[in-house]
Design a protein around this ligand. Structure first.
Ligand code: NAD
Length: 333
């Protein structure tokens, strides 16, 4: 029986990487009934919100969506489709794994971290105003409730996946009240997981240590803004935006998406790397209980890379569709 999954094919390079991913999942033998949903630039051009209510409602009903990147129109008044989805579906945990890959040369061999970024508050509440004509104020909102949810999600993940260490990343030496609350809440939750080691580090020290002693880190928990920045750093360490996956989890709904955006200048060229969306889809397959198929796809990608079939961003010459065909040919089911 096929399972329903919503899909937003997105803007720019979105449709071509979605196509590659759908074909690989199909070849891996997972029967999915893809439900295409509208969102992104075409909705804005039609005078609709960038993520229409019908799209939000359908994702809420189905519970799972794979989302290709969308273009955020620049200018006053346009809201980010991603922030909209995260807020309206209460997707409080943004999870971004970063690990070094066979066949992808980086100085960071042995990198294997999982980032848990709080997704709903901090400076992303978009509460901003001008105090005077020359002074702006942007509110950093941290609640014990949201801090507890993200800390718990990270410890639960660590326990289920045999991870050894969860590290809280903060700037509580300066923002003693807001980041102090995030850290204290983390420390309280940590006491419920005596089987997992816990630690904390100031965000600037983390950035330095990530690029010098990356093997010492395992699971990281961060407020929204630090999580956003550190996950792009981690994406670079694993080989670039073309390979970095992500997922957004709420209690009832999960939306899986690559870290990268819609890269409009490459749209329609059959050139970009579909791996980031594919690895995001793999996180989705595991969430749905298709662990064996997710593992088969990971193995096929690794063999493809080791054989030297890579897209331009990994210094290869394969097109998006050629890379996808090579992965399909490498599947061992
Ligand atoms: P981007 O991530 O789209 O692209 C930046 C550069 O990264 C590209 O020019 C390309 O060199 C490289 N790149 C990105 N994805 C790649 C891939 N799959 N394979 C190979 N190389 C890849 O960032 P941007 O140019 O700043 O943003 C473009 C649009 O995407 C903007 O409208 C932005 O708001 C939006 N955006 C959307 C999301 C999302 O939907 N999750 C995330 C970030 C940005």
């Amino acid at each position: 029986m096929s399972q329903d999954v919503c899909i937003i094919r997105g803007d720019g390079i979105g449709p071509e990487i979605s196509d590659a991913v759908e074909k690989i999942i199909d070849a891996a033998g997972v029967a999915i009934n893809w439900i295409p949903l509208d969102a992104g630039l075409k909705c804005v051009e039609a005078g609709e919100p960038i993520v229409p209510d019908r799209t939000i409602d359908r994702i809420r009903e189905v519970g799972i969506a794979l989302k290709a990147p969308m273009t955020t129109p620049i200018g006053k008044g346009s809201v980010s489709p991603n922030v909209t989805l995260r807020k309206r579906l209460d997707l409080y945990a943004c999870v971004r794994p970063a690990r070094s890959l066979p066949g992808v040369k980086t100085p960071f061999q042995g990198l294997d971290i999982v980032i848990f970024r709080e997704n709903s508050e901090d400076l992303y509440t978009q509460i901003e105003y001008m105090v005077t004509p020359t002074v702006a104020n942007s509110i950093k909102l941290i609640s014990e409730q949201a801090s507890e949810k993200i800390a718990r999600a990270a410890f639960e993940f660590a326990r289920k996946n045999g991870r050894r260490l969860v590290t809280c990343v903060h700037k509580a030496n300066i923002m003693k009240i807001a980041d102090g609350l995030f850290l204290r809440t983390f420390q309280r939750v940590a006491k419920e997981y005596p089987d997992i080691e816990s630690w904390d580090i100031i965000v600037d020290a983390l950035c330095m240590q990530l690029v010098t002693k990356w093997r010492q880190f395992d699971v990281l928990v961060l407020p929204n803004l630090y999580g956003d920045i550190v996950s792009d750093l981690a994406a670079g360490m694993m080989g670039g935006l073309g390979v970095a996956p992500g997922a957004n989890y709420g209690d009832k709904t999960a939306v899986f998406e690559a870290v990268h955006g819609s890269a409009p200048k490459y749209a329609g060229l059959d050139k970009v790397n579909p791996m980031a969306l594919l690895f995001s889809a793999n996180m989705m397959l595991r969430h749905m209980g298709h662990d064996a198929q997710a593992e088969a796809i990971e193995g096929a990608v690794e063999r493809t890379l080791v054989k030297g079939v890579k897209t331009y961003d990994l210094l290869g010459s394969a097109k998006t569709s050629e890379f996808a065909d090579a992965v399909r040919a490498e599947l061992r089911l």
